[in-house]
Design a protein around this ligand. Sequence first.
Ligand code: ZN
Length: 442
Amino acid sequence: MHALVAELFPICRSITGPGVRETLALLGHHLPLALHEVPSGTQVFDWQVPNEWRIRDAYIRDATGRRVVDFRESNLHVVNYSVPVRSRRSLAELKQHLHTLPDHPDWVPYRTSYYHAQWGFCLSHHRLLELQRQYGDDYEFDVCVDASLEPGALTYGEAYLPGATAEEVLVSCHICHPSLANDNLSGIAVATFLARHVGRLARRYSYRFLFVPATVGAIAWLSLNEEKLPNIRHGLVLTLLGDPGGFTYKRSVRGDAEIDRAAAHVLAHSGHDHTIAEFEPYGYDERQYNSPGIGLNVGCLMRSPHGRYPEYHTSADDLELVRPARLAESLAQCVTIVELLEHNRAYLNRCPKGEPQLGRRGLYRALGGDLDRTGTERAMLWVLNQSDGRHALLDIAERAKLPFAVVHRAARILVEHGLLTELEDDDRDRGASQPPRLNPSR
Ligand code: ZN
């Protein structure tokens, strides 16, 4: 995953343009990715697909031809989506187009201007002070943004992995940031490797992986695919998954959807520091998926949330900040969440009057004493007690405070011994996706 992040890092991405296509073409080596082009001007809900941005070069140059700010050095040096400009400006005039970070004077900020026609440059605060010292405010520089903003298309990628049922799990990440490693490349890498993993599973759900430019890309997909929405049962936005921070799961707007419970459960048993955050209509594309007219149950898995780590949206969000081990931990959480969703079924105890005699079947310890250390015996007792058709395995795992995998293993053993029957989806729907009912009457 880190190698993929490193491969994608130099590409100058934006919400449209060749950088996105190049990125998706590289991802296509790893997963079966369909590329879609939505023409500029297409109305997508309340938005219009913008013109396509193509940048060739950008610089601020002194009279000797020396580039004092150079897009070729780092694509963060130009405000993303800058309109073209060729002019001469004094440093004093230029300053209103220059962005720096005085608090982190060695870092270059990342700035965008998608929906206001502007141009600008980003540089380290140290570099700006140097220019002032070396040239003075009256010195006139050549300024060039060699870019075009013309009708083209918005590009997104989609990988659909059909499962045994048409019900879907949606995984989405944004692909519009240029040379920033944690904010967007880590999410892209984890989503790509999750898709590869899911592709090898015998799956109950179908999976749809979306690689979209933030906001307008997600809105475009939703607007063009409304007929697919009723099949989407669970969703996850993946982003910021390579930094050293603990995990953050941001709930769906509903707050108690199966994906919310699955993610919280997996993180609680992961052994990693983590925070469960309530939904807020700010952040990544979970905003679009959880909007009232869409109403999907989509949460967001991150490590340090946006804006809460100093390197966020700066040149310090680089290949050093993102560590291979952190990416691997993040992928492991995603894989465990998928396994939970796949196996969260409801069962019926076929021997519900009293406990079945587990010892006779070799399922219970031969000698009296403490319950087993793996929790399997305890889990079997919980599964037998709660498998009245109203409780799915996640309900049971939550109540028993046992990891889902242990409860699932117990259920499989009980099925093998004829003590448990898996319920069909129709029977299951009442119990699995809803909180356990109290005082069920039979
Ligand atoms: Zn961002």
